[in-house]
Structure formats: C-alpha cells, structure tokens
Design a binder for this molecule. Structure first.
Ligand SMILES: [Zn+2]
Length: 307
C-alpha cells in the first residue's frame, strides 16, 4: 500500500507547477510545465489533466485529494474564479472546482494562489510560530495572503489580502483600473518593463537586480523605487492586520537579500512605530514552490474534513 498523498497544483499565467504533498507538507515529484493560458479555454485544463494523471500514477493509487491555486479572486463557496484575471485571458468566471471535480474521484479544493502560499509559509515555513502572518508574493504581479491563528483570512467573497493594487500615486497606468495603482512599479514584471523603458537589456526582474548589483545606476534607481513602493504597500497591510511576520515570496524573492533588505527597511520606514516594534520581515522558505505546498496542505484539510 503506497503512502497517502495529496496532489498540489499552482496554476500561473506562465507555468503550471505541481507535486505530491504528504500529510506533513513534504513534497515529491515536483514538476513545472507550460500553463498554456494564452492558447485557448481548454488548453490550461489539458495541461492540468496531463500533470494530474502523471502524478496520480507516481502516487501509486494513494491520492487523498487535489488542491489547486489560481490567480484571481476565488469564491470560497463555489471554488470558482469570480470574473476574469489577466493571467488567464480565455477564462471568464471559470467554475474551476466543478470542472476538476467532474474529472477526478477525489475531493477538490481551489483557492487563490497567494492564499495557498501564505498557508504553507504560516504552517511550515518562514512564518511558522507566528500568530498572524502576511505572505506577499512578488512575481508578474503582487499577491498577498493573510493567515490568522492558523486560518486564512478570506473576506466576504474570497478577496481579502488583495494588496497589490493600492492607489499610492503610481505613475504608470495599471490594467486593474484603480487610479494611481502602484502595482506596475512594484511587481517583478513592472520592474522589468520600467527597466526596458529606460533602455536597459532586462528581460525580467532578475536581470534588473543583476544590473543593479553590477553598479548600473539606472537599474539601481529602479530597484530602489520598486522596493520603496513595495515597502509602502506592505506597511499599509501591516497597519491593517498587525502581523508578527511578513514573508516575501514569489519568483522575485529569488533575488534574496537584494530584495529583502531594502523592502524590510522601507516597511520599517512606513509602518507605525507601534506596529513595527516586534515585526519580522523574512524571505519565504518555500520560495516559488510555496503555492504547490499550500495547495497540498489545503487538499489534506479537505480530505480530513477540516477544509
Ligand atoms: Zn492595479
């Protein structure tokens, strides 16, 4: 008899990441494939189906449940994405949980990708032991999940923690429509775009950080602006929920201390003294794999009847 495992999936606009997750959060068989989000409505589901079939085979029949993280606001009652998200352009209010539940025999749970990353970091990662944690995922966009005393804060309709799109005098229009939204200046994709506009050869945020580290003054100024605005965003969240730990995750967190140190300094600059006193700002332990671990943990919760 094979060891029971959950399947954890993290669907993004570019990649689909997945693994088998055991009851303690251990990962096996991590893999990444194209999400095919820009091809058609059916293409991402085909990518999910192929991945699930391969992982189920690897699990040898011991699958207990399936968890999926997705961009967008996920209604906790239906497990469907509400409206659309620019990361999944062919989907309009996709009933994701129903789609998946119709195809597999196991219980299915769907949640926002940053929420699931936050769950993993809170239970097992950089925020383990925290009473309240905020996990901020910096990648194509800026996501955020809040866990309070072990439970995700969801809001009335699954949209709690949508920290990226705050009107903080942003100078570049955002596709979200919020006037002055600052996300284009503090996301990874935004940093890369600002760098290219300035004439730098930066295909992604990592390239912009590398140029800054090599002493390029233009790149350094853009990184300084990006980390300052990210710190201001996070400080607003700190004042709202008063966490003991803020975790920085997502693909851009691979920059390590080049991201952490200036963001930590900016959070301390913008947060109220009373709120920053005992606050820790740390890098994610699971990095960009946090969403997969969190999806697996949420699936285990459902399998145990606790979800
Ligand atoms: Zn926005």
């Amino acid at each position: 008899m094979s060891e029971p495992r959950a399947i954890g999936l993290d669907l993004g606009g570019t990649d689909l990441k997945a693994a088998l997750v055991d009851a303690g959060g251990g990962m096996n068989g991590f893999r990444r494939c194209p999400a095919r989000a820009r091809e058609s409505e059916a293409a991402p589901l085909e990518a999910i189906a192929e991945t699930v079939i391969a992982l189920a085979r690897e699990a040898g029949g011991g699958v207990v449940a399936l968890g999926l993280g997705t961009p967008g606001r996920v209604d906790p009652a239906t497990g469907g994405v509400v409206g659309n998200t620019p990361h999944l352009p062919h989907w309009e209010s996709p009933p994701l949980r129903d789609w998946l539940a119709a195809r597999v025999a196991w219980p299915v749970v769907v949640d926002n990708d940053a929420n699931l990353a936050a769950l993993a970091e809170h239970r097992l990662g950089a925020a383990s032991g925290a009473r309240v944690s905020m996990t901020v995922t910096v990648g194509t966009g800026v996501g955020c999940g809040v866990v309070s005393e072990g439970r995700l804060l969801r809001g009335a309709g699954g949209g709690a923690g949508e920290l990226g799109h705050l009107p903080l005098d942003g100078r570049v229009p955002c596709r979200c429509g919020v006037p002055g939204c600052v996300e284009p200046e503090c996301s990874g994709a935004g940093l890369a775009a600002r760098a290219r506009e300035a004439g730098l050869a930066a295909e992604d945020a990592a390239a912009a950080f590398a140029l800054a580290a090599q002493g390029d003054a233009t790149a350094a100024a853009l990184v300084e602006r990006m980390t300052d605005r990210l710190g201001a965003l996070i400080a607003a969240g700190v004042q709202l929920v008063n966490p003991d730990v803020v975790v920085l995750g997502g693909g851009v967190s691979a920059a390590g201390e080049a991201l952490l140190l200036p963001v930590r300094a900016a959070v301390m600059r913008y947060a109220l003294p009373s709120h920053r006193r005992d606050l820790r700002v740390e890098l994610a332990v699971f990095g960009e794999r946090a969403g997969v671990v969190g999806a697996g943990l949420a699936a285990w919760d459902v399998a145990r009847g606790a979800g």
